[in-house]
Each structure stands twice: as structure tokens, then as C-alpha cells.
Design a protein around this ligand. Structure first.
Ligand code: NAP
Length: 247
């Protein structure tokens, strides 16, 4: 059975990806940080639809928790064959000259180091070099990586730029070992994360200015992620797919 670990799957894009993946036959590890109740709800929904899922807690800024997470997935569902590096944060909108080191460390620890360490654990299990059977990784980046997010969160955009470069490099490094690595770059997607940036009305402000004139849905992002993980995308690696309504 294909075993898929999704970080940040308690809500938003991660939760939608977990539900869709389970409906397509993956056994899904729903990883949350703080919100166990929300992760449990995702698992119950999946089980009620006849799927297999387990909720597992870990903070991706803590290496030892990531290592334990992969061991727990293996124990509960089997070795990971697919990983979606989705956990990510923004912070209050502000200009660069106001940013503290503490903010930058939190942003990069979550969005960059967490994703790289999860990929490390996945490669150790998937790579034919280590006796694995191959696999697929999708990193959730952002259109911010190419737009830069001036006046909002340039640090966030820079962290996603790092994820894009990491995606390209890792894809080439492990291509001959049975692992494909791709990234998605969502634009404005309707989730709670915009409120975390201090502007709950951000979607209403920006959506009318987009070529497709609306925000995207979590299901639209999940569909693209699942396609990149699937054999239908078997000749695609090192690719960054924009899901941004033409932005
Ligand atoms: P969201 O609704 O804010 O959910 C974020 C998820 O990440 C939650 O499940 C949260 O877990 C988890 N998380 C945060 N910090 C974590 C940590 N240190 N360790 C482990 N898990 C952690 O986010 P979203 O809008 O669905 O975004 C998901 C991804 O898409 C992010 O990487 C984001 O940058 C990217 N993205 C989103 C948009 C958008 O418009 N929404 C656009 C472009 C890119 P808890 O709930 O347990 O805290």
C-alpha cells in the first residue's frame, strides 16, 4: 500500500490533500502540531469513507520530533512512499526593516529546515540506495517565491524561494534512486492562514485583481498535489507547478 505523510494536515491545504489521497487509496499519516482535535476530525472523516488514516503529532522545527514521526508512521502504516511537505507559516504583515531575528528564525525553521529534514527522513526510506522502493515528494511552496510579497512578508517569500531551489536540487540528486521531487506554488487560496498574517480580508482584497478573478480552493491545490504524486506524472521531476489563477 502507498503510505503518504502530509505535514500540516490538520486544516487547510494539508487536510484537503489528506482527504483526497485517502479516497484514492493511500494510507495517510495526518501530521499536526498543536491542533490534535482538528487532525482527529480529518482521520474520522477518512475512516467513515472507508479509508485508512492516523493522526500523528510533531513540530517540524524539532529534529528529534521529525525522526520520531517517521518511525511512528512506519510502525502504524508501513514505510513512507510519499511525502507532502505542506506545514508552513506566515507572520504579521510588516516591512523588512521591522523584522526581528526571532521571527526570521521561526519562519525559516518551519518553512525551510522542517521541510528539508522531513525530505531527509523520506529519502532515507524511499531511496533504492538505502534499499527502498522509491517514492514521490511534493513540496508546497508559494507564488510568493516569484512575487516577493513586498510590504507583507518578504521573509516568507524568501523561505519559499529556498524551497523552490531545494526542490530542483533534491530532484536531481535522487532522480536515479526512484524518487521524484516536485513543488506546487499556490497563489491566493481560501484558508485560515491569511488571518494569521493579520489581514482576514486579504482574499477579498486581492481576489478581484487576479486573472481568474477569484481565490483558489484547497481542493484545487490538493488535486494538483495528488497528480504530481501519481504515476500519471511519472516523467515529471524538479518541476514547480503554479496554482495561482494566472497570477
Ligand atoms: P494553514 O491553514 O495555516 O495550516 C497550516 C498547517 O501547518 C497547520 O496544519 C499547522 O498545524 C501546520 N504547522 C504550522 N507550523 C507547524 C510546525 N512548526 N510544525 C508542524 N506543523 C505546523 O495553512 P494553509 O493555508 O493550508 O497552507 C499550507 C501550505 O501552503 C503552507 O506551506 C503555505 O505556506 C502554503 N501556501 C498557502 C497559500 C494560501 O493562500 N493559503 C498560498 C501559497 C502557499 P496546527 O494546526 O496543528 O498548528
Amino acid at each position: 500500500m502507498n503510505v503518504l505523510l502530509i505535514t500540516g494536515a490538520s486544516r487547510g491545504i494539508g487536510a484537503a490533500t489528506a482527504r483526497l489521497a485517502a479516497s484514492r487509496g493511500y494510507a495517510v499519516a495526518v501530521k499536526y502540531r498543536a491542533n490534535r482535535q482538528a487532525a482527529d476530525r480529518v482521520v474520522v472523516d477518512i475512516e467513515q469513507d472507508g479509508g485508512t488514516a492516523v493522526a500523528l503529532g510533531a513540530d517540524v522545527t524539532r529534529e528529534e520530533e521529525i525522526v520520531r514521526l517517521f518511525e511512528a508512521v512506519e510502525r502504524e502504516l508501513g514505510p513512507v512512499t510519499a511525502l507532502v511537505n505542506n506545514a508552513g507559516i506566515v507572520d504579521q504583515q510588516m516591512r523588512v526593516e521591522e523584522m526581528t531575528l526571532e521571527r526570521l528564525e521561526r519562519m525559516f525553521a518551519t518553512n525551510v529546515f522542517g521541510a528539508i529534514l522531513c525530505a531527509r527522513e523520506a529519502v532515507r526510506r524511499m531511496s533504492t540506495r538505502h534499499g527502498g522502493r522509491g517514492g514521490a515528494i511534493v513540496n508546497v511552496s508559494s507564488a510568493a517565491a516569484r512575487l516577493g510579497s513586498p510590504g507583507e512578508y518578504v521573509d516568507y517569500a524568501a523561505s519559499k524561494g529556498a524551497i523552490d531551489t531545494f526542490t530542483i536540487g533534491l530532484a536531481k540528486e535522487v532522480a536515479a534512486e526512484g524518487i521524484r521531487v516536485n513543488g506546487v506554488r499556490p497563489g491566493i487560496i481560501d484558508t485560515e492562514s491569511h488571518a494569521a498574517g493579520g489581514e482576514p480580508g486579504r482574499i477579498e482584497r486581492i481576489a478581484p485583481t487576479l486573472p481568474l478573478q477569484r481565490a483558489g480552493t484547497v481542493d484545487e491545490v490538493a488535486a494538483a498535489i495528488l497528480w504530481l504524486l501519481s504515476d500519471e506524472a511519472s516523467y515529471i521531476t524538479g518541476t514547480l507547478l503554479d496554482i495561482a489563477g494566472g497570477r
